[in-house]
Every structure is written in structure tokens, then in C-alpha cells.
Design a protein around this ligand. Structure first.
Ligand code: SF4
Ligand code: SF4
Length: 128
């Protein structure tokens, strides 16, 4: 139902003659902006991402930072593909978080178990 405006449908079907001009234009916009911005479609245009992002506010499983052991090196901020600032928050509620879990990995944070995905109960256990 979204084929007429779907740049990814255009990308994989542009030779078929079934792709509408507006989808081709969107594809060009996404490709050109990708040269300047990381993940422009995911960040600013994807309607499914916008819908799913709402659940970041109500999910009981959230990305959490244990501030008692964080050394404020900001490595997590630099690694986040959605440019979310993690290092000054205890809980990430940002609708743009795609739960890639890069910030929870040892590459994302040098201090083990500082950033993790879990519930409030998990956080209390972590600090104990
Ligand atoms: S899970 Fe991924 S998108 Fe979400 S804050 Fe961590 S690095 Fe960023
Ligand atoms: S990478 Fe880990 S230690 Fe460094 S600022 Fe982020 S949460 Fe804190």
C-alpha cells in the first residue's frame, strides 16, 4: 500500500516501470542525504520507526546507565548511530533509539555493566 512513496521499493524495482515518480524522488533524497547524515531515513522519514518509537516511552525494558560507576568518558555518545546523548541520562526514553544495543557492548562502554537494557528492578539489583 506504500509502494507509491516507498524509496526502498523504488531502489529494488526501478527497472520494472512500476515505480512512481514520487518514490524515485524520495529515493534520490534519501541517497543524497545519506552522504551527509547517518541513517536519514531511519532518523527523519520512516513512518514505521516513528510508530515503533512511541513504545520506547512505555516499554518496561529501557536502556539504562548506572551513573554510580560511569566515568563520563562519553564513548557511548560517540558510538550511538542515532546520535542520542547517553552519558548524561540514567534512562534513555528517546523515541529515536532503535535498540541496537551498541551502547551496552564493551565497545560502546569501557566499564562493564554501566549501560544495559533492563527494568527498574534490574537497575536496583545492579546498583546493589
Ligand atoms: S541502543 Fe543503540 S540507538 Fe539506542 S541509545 Fe544505545 S546505541 Fe543509541
Ligand atoms: S561510555 Fe560508559 S563510562 Fe563512558 S560516559 Fe558512556 S556510560 Fe559512562
Amino acid at each position: 500500500m506504500f509502494n507509491d512513496i516507498d524509496p526502498y521499493y523504488a531502489l529494488f524495482n526501478f527497472w520494472t516501470g512500476e515505480v512512481k515518480i514520487q518514490a524515485i524522488i524520495l529515493l534520490i533524497v534519501v541517497l543524497v542525504s545519506s552522504l551527509l547524515i547517518e541513517r536519514p531515513w531511519c532518523k527523519y522519514l520512516c513512518p514505521l520507526g516513528a510508530f515503533l518509537g512511541v513504545f520506547n516511552f512505555i516499554s518496561i525494558f529501557k536502556i539504562r546507565r548506572n551513573k554510580s560507576i560511569c566515568i563520563s568518558c562519553k564513548a557511548c555518545d560517540k558510538l550511538c548511530p542515532m546520535n542520542i546523548v547517553i552519558s548524561d541520562k540514567n534512562v534513555i526514553k528517546n523515541h529515536q533509539c532503535i535498540r541496537c544495543l551498541k551502547c551496552t557492548s564493551e565497545v560502546g562502554c569501557p566499564i562493564e555493566n554501566t549501560v544495559y537494557i533492563g527494568t527498574k528492578v534490574g537497575e536496583i539489583n545492579e546498583i546493589k
